[in-house]
Design a binder for this molecule. Structure first.
Ligand code: ATP
Length: 529
């Protein structure tokens, strides 16, 4: 037994040398804003207005390595639990550094894997940026490309009716934003097609949910961004008539250029990178793609995977065909508290949602959320869930990473996640920002052992059984048969409409093999990290 434990510990030692001696974030305390050194007073006021009176440990640790004595000397790799405040950890130093800029151009780029996440992160920047005169843009396919371009780029103005050829005066296309939050696909659209879109002034690159973003090439966005940003190191800032170059000095990061090989006397600062996740990859080949400069690893505690401190995990063991009844009974006992129910695929999400709707007199409002829906529908659902109009969201893994909805007290794994990373990100939708939260997992008895092993990877040794009164479960049984019949009819009629869709119905757990395979494949790739 002891031998096994030693083996497990040995296995968790990172192979990358610089990861073996990390900064332990858990040794940092929260810090009241009034005691935070160098914080720009306008940002402090804006933070107070947002209701933030102190910084969380990860934010303090990153501040120390950027604005504090660390002086942005090194690129940062941050592994910190879900809900620990990673967004503000990178947003605040960037806003502070850019707060002295005099000319607007695109200096910070934040890349996220999904639209909803990018929208969320943009809102954090947008709540603070105006306080220091900065603008934030979004590139995510949310609006038409034309609308997006008009938000991001200022077109050349016609001077005294003279129309200048844009090739002669390319500098007349200007960025309308200082900071851009983007998904990789739309970012590449702008890089390839948008006149005046340039990364030549980029100083800060944030790769949020790094392990997710590095899993797929997304049209080679990363090498492209690095190439475009590095090539600008040869070119100083664009010189404008009447603009004194020394004003750009204010924009330099405060690192000592003389110390770093290759940066001596450069008028343009090095591209600073911050990469983050609650399950940061330790795969050398993946991290190598980021071309990190003297990377510094910041992580919480000794374990590779860490669950939020205030999270309690429970299991419910039942027969597969009774899962809907257990779920309904559980939802009833939770009495309208906000819950996210995760299934294994978009198809399962839709079917579970449809089935639950065939039960009458449910006391909670339920909606589904998955990538199969249109963005406008997803946004509407998310809004209703945020306001509390909807209390239960049945979701595919589209909700798994990063999404921050206030007041989610419970996460329910209707289908057991295949890997610990998935468990961490799903469970992390609750117990955020130091709040309490619970994660329930419905299991078939054959899954119990595997589930135990899964949780041990995150140091969770005890996962008690959660019981719901059997009368409550039974009370849903009379409606169950009818609901299943109606579900079957609904699936059949959709199948008919869509033609020959290869959908099979096995008891209730109807699966679409393609979709399940894809989810599992993605998870397997994550696991290999
Ligand atoms: N200093 C702070 N004071 C109070 N609340 C904060 C502070 N910093 C962040 N928060 C809140 O904490 C919550 C979690 O923050 P955030 O979304 O940045 O977490 P995260 O670490 O990125 O999580 P995930 O890994 O799931 O993406 C948010 O609701 C945010 O508003």
């Amino acid at each position: 037994m002891e031998e096994l434990e030693t083996k497990r510990k040995k296995k968790s030692v990172p192979v990358i040398p610089w990861m073996r001696d990390p900064v332990d974030i858990s040794l940092s305390d929260s810090c009241p804003l009034d005691s935070l050194p160098f914080l720009e007073p306008r940002l402090k006021r804006a933070l107070h207005r947002m209701g933030y009176n102190s910084l969380f440990p990860v934010q303090v640790a990153v501040w120390h390595e950027t604005i504090g004595p660390g002086c942005f000397e090194r690129d940062l790799c941050i592994n910190s639990p879900t809900g620990s405040g990673k967004t503000l950890a990178y947003a605040l130093p960037i806003l502070q550094m850019l707060s002295t800029r005099t000319i607007k151009c695109l200096r910070a780029l934040v890349v996220l894997p999904t639209r909803d996440l990018a929208v969320q992160v943009k809102e954090v920047f947008a709540a603070l940026a105006p306080a220091v005169g900065l603008s934030v843009g979004l590139a995510v396919c949310q609006s038409s490309i034309a609308d997006e371009i008009s938000e991001l780029i200022k077109k050349p103005t016609l001077d005294a009716d003279i129309c200048y050829g844009t090739e002669d005066f390319p500098q007349q296309f200007r960025s309308a934003v200082d900071i851009l939050v983007a998904t990789p696909g739309r970012l590449m659209d702008h890089i390839n097609n948008t006149k005046g879109f340039t990364l030549e002034h980029l100083c800060y690159l944030v790769v949020d949910e790094t392990d997710r973003l590095l899993r797929e090439a997304y049209q080679s966005w990363l090498p492209t961004v690095l190439k475009l940003a590095y090539s600008s190191n040869q070119t100083p800032f664009p010189c404008e008539d009447g603009v004194n170059l020394s004003t750009f000095g204010l924009l330099k990061t405060i690192r000592s250029f003389g110390v770093e090989r290759g940066f001596r006397d450069r008028p343009h600062p090095r591209l600073v990178k911050m990469v983050l996740s609650a399950t940061l990859t330790q795969d050398p080949s993946k991290l190598a793609q980021l071309d990190l400069h003297r990377p510094l690893f910041l992580t919480t505690g000794k374990r590779r995977y860490q669950l939020p401190e205030q999270l309690k995990s429970f299991k419910m063991v039942c027969k597969s065909k009774l899962k809907p009844l257990y779920l309904l009974a559980l939802l009833q006992t939770l009495q309208g508290e906000k819950c996210i129910v995760f299934t294994s695929s978009v198809e399962s999400t839709h079917r579970l949602y449809t089935l639950l709707n065939f039960f009458e007199d449910l006391q909670v409002k339920i909606k589904e959320y998955s990538r199969q829906q249109r963005q406008s529908i997803r946004s509407k659902t998310l809004k209703a869930f945020r306001t509390g109009e909807v209390q239960v969201l049945i979701s595919s893994d589209a909700m798994t990473r990063g999404m921050d909805v206030e007041g989610v007290q419970n996460v329910i794994n209707y289908d057991m996640p295949a890997y610990i990373k998935t468990y961490i990100h799903r469970a992390g939708r609750t117990a955020r920002a130091g709040q309490a939260g619970r994660c329930f997992t419905l299991l078939h008895k054959d899954e119990v052992k595997r589930f135990k092993g899964l949780l041990q990877k995150a140091g969770n040794e005890s996962c008690p059984v959660y019981s719901v009164p059997s009368e409550l479960i039974e009370s849903f049984r009379p409606m169950y048969t009818t609901a299943l019949e109606r579900l079957k009819e609904s699936v059949e009629s959709k199948k008919h409409k869509k033609g020959k869709l290869n959908i099979k119905i096995h008891r209730f757990n109807i699966k679409c093999p393609g979709a399940v395979r894809k989810t599992e494949k993605e998870s397997r790739v994550e696991e290999q990290d």
